[in-house]
Design a protein around this ligand. Structure first.
Ligand code: NCD
Length: 307
């Protein structure tokens, strides 16, 4: 069976549950004092990481996962590729895949690029979306869900709040789809200018403009970075106002000291999260990073599994 991971949209709940459960297996291997065992699921396979947009954690965790599974890895920063000499996206990707690549992991600033590549590349080449514009970021959503399950147990009936720049965030979109498929109740919170009207019906979530009103009955908070690179005008007056209404400030956290706080990173310190919140024991940021490797191991294994 040939599989891709273009978005959470294409996954069934069973597939999501399977990937999370396999990530638990990999977490135990990563946590063990013993050397990571020689796993050869990807032996003889070559994976190309094509990153047209900057990335630290997503790119390094994909690379680590690929190597741990025995793949040969080619990582390219496409900002410095032939694209800058005027070659088109498709031409560049076709040149790379002509070198006998088995899978590509792609991140691009435009939504829809993974689907475009799927249309034009041979079926034998698997495609994994590592973030497409304001489209989707499926592996981030899987790792967020797995982290939440690690902290809260089964997500059925749990209330998860996603706060911040909902409009421009691919993480918000993939998370809303994943968490609702897992039975959680999701509320997207942000200023009206960053909260598209359609999301309640499209994604089956609640929306709110006041974080303070929703926090008292929230099981976990996913805070999102302001996506300045995708904002074409001022959507809120200034960072101070955003922080005071939507940020996890030290004062706000003092009212909910047990509330787990997730953030995909990178964080604008002092805007989405105060230093105190970011460095507190409620911050799940490093758990998310650790889960990121485990989830990518699970995804790569699944992409290449024969059944
Ligand atoms: C996210 C991304 O790139 O979409 N970050 C990540 O993958 N760790 C979120 C963000 O950039 O805000």
């Amino acid at each position: 069976m040939k599989r891709d991971l273009l978005g959470i949209r294409d996954l069934t709940t069973e597939e999501i549950v399977h990937l999370i459960s396999r990530s638990n297996h990999y977490i135990s291997l990563l946590d063990s004092e013993d050397p990571f065992p020689a796993v050869s699921v990807l032996a003889g396979r070559t994976v190309a990481n094509l990153f047209f947009e900057n990335s630290t954690r997503t790119r390094s965790s994909f690379e680590l996962a690929e190597r741990r599974l025995g793949a040969s890895v080619l990582s390219l920063s496409m900002q410095t590729s032939s694209l800058t000499k005027g070659e088109t996206l498709l031409d560049t990707v076709k040149v790379i895949t002509a070198m006998r690549i088995d899978a590509i992991v792609v991140r691009h600033q435009s939504a829809g690029v993974p689907q475009l590549l799927r249309k034009h590349l041979p079926e034998s080449i698997r495609i994994i979306n590592a973030g497409d514009g304001a489209g989707e970021h499926p592996t981030q959503a899987l790792l967020d869900a797995a982290t939440l399950i690690e902290i809260l147990g089964d997500l059925k009936g749990k209330h998860i709040v996603i706060s911040g720049d909902i409009s421009h965030s691919r993480v918000a979109r993939s998370n809303m789809m994943t968490l609702t498929k897992l039975g959680a109740t999701v509320t997207a919170v942000g200023p009206l200018t960053l909260l598209p009207k359609s999301i309640a019906t499209v994604f089956g979530v609640r929306t709110a403009t006041s974080l303070d009103e929703v926090l008292p009955n929230t099981d976990a908070l996913i805070s999102l970075r302001i996506q300045r690179e995708r904002q074409d005008k001022a959507y809120f007056p200034n960072d101070q106002e955003f922080r005071s209404l939507y940020g996890m400030t030290a004062q706000r956290r003092a009212r909910f000291p047990q509330l787990p706080i997730l953030h995909p990173g990178p964080v604008n310190r002092g805007v989405e999260l105060d230093d105190e919140s970011m460095d507190s024991s409620s911050s799940m940021i490093f758990r998310q990073v650790r889960r990121g490797v485990a989830v990518r191991l699970a995804v790569l294994e699944w992409i290449f599994s024969k059944n």
